[in-house]
Design a protein around this ligand. Structure first.
Ligand SMILES: Nc1ncnc2c1ncn2[C@@H]1O[C@H](COP(=O)(O)OP(=O)(O)OP(=O)(O)O)[C@@H](O)[C@H]1O
Ligand SMILES: [Mg+2]
Length: 263
């Protein structure tokens, strides 16, 4: 794929995208430009539209109005397949792994976009590109789990499988929906370090929802605040002070003290 400056400066462009579900406006019209290499945190209370925005950016759901461009290409015109898989990959709030399959097969699902249907079917019996999966799992520190039934893994290990799947997919933009919500603080740091290394190391871009002020400031370059489907702020991570977040989450002083001191 050819790359020029404007391509990397405007890797992801959303123009006036909005989304309603019935009478609920999940996202009011919103425009957004994200450059290659940016690490963007999405903050906001439950129901503020974070998952909806990530799904729109991933092309999993279509906006009611507006468009999403990825590397200059209109996402709505992009069929699922090799080209789209090379652009954007998503880690769901629930990791979306197939529990009864071995780890190896779940990792190689990241390759599906690049394979023919025939090759994908064959892979269910004889995994293709096995070495690629082995390398990704080794990088995640769980090489020994390759033949384990995925449901036998701990939550943190399953998360690593989901990231290994993203590694073999080789996309340019990584979208992650609350990737550390089920992890303790130390593991949350590890996970974000892995994600940001994956994003930073190979020119990838990261957009992840998070509720933790500490993690936002430590791992991200920019924070977008959503509230009731509206964009409240879009600022460098260093400018996201506790009062700014307390206002976004509508916390009173006593709640803020507990919350700010934890994660
Ligand atoms: N498929 C759907 N059908 C109906 N309503 C939906 C659907 N998806 C989202 N919504 C509604 O849209 C709003 C935004 O939801 P969304 O899941 O984007 O919030 P969120 O910020 O990700 O919340 P959380 O922090 O709890 O994950 C909510 O009011 C939600 O109930
Ligand atoms: Mg959500």
């Amino acid at each position: 794929m050819s790359m020029n400056k404007s391509d990397s400066d405007h890797l992801l462009v959303a123009t006036g995208i909005s989304k309603s579900f019935g009478r609920v406006q999940a996202l009011a019209p919103l425009s957004l430009t994200i450059s290659q290499g940016e690490r963007v945190a999405l903050a906001g209370p439950s129901g503020s539209g974070k998952t909806t925005l990530l799904y729109l950016l991933a092309g999993i759901i279509q906006p009611d109005a507006g468009e999403v461009f990825l590397a200059g290409q209109d996402l709505a015109r992009q069929r699922p397949g090799k080209e789209k898989a090379g652009l954007v990959g998503l880690i769901h709030q629930q990791y979306d792994l197939v529990p009864h399959l071995p780890v190896l097969h779940n990792v190689l699902a990241g390759r599906l976009g690049q394979w023919s249907l025939f090759r994908s079917m064959i892979s269910l019996v004889w995994p293709q590109d096995r070495q690629v999966a082995e390398e990704a799992l080794a990088q995640m520190g769980i090489a020994d789990k390759i033949h384990e039934r995925t449901s036998h893994l701990s939550g943190g290990e399953q998360q690593r499988v989901a990231i290994a799947r993203l590694m073999v997919q080789g996309c340019r933009v990584i979208l992650a929906d609350e990737p550390v919500s089920s992890l303790d603080p130390v593991r949350a740091d590890d996970m974000l370090e892995i994600l940001t290394a994956l994003a930073g190391g190979s020119g990838k871009t990261l957009v992840a929802s998070s509720h933790s002020p500490r993690l936002m400031r430590k791992h991200f370059t920019r924070v977008i605040g959503l509230r009731e489907g509206r964009l409240e702020f879009d600022v460098p991570a260093a400018e996201v002070t506790d009062p700014v977040l307390e206002r976004l989450y509508d916390l009173d002083q006593s709640e803020a003290a507990v919350w700010g001191g934890g994660n």
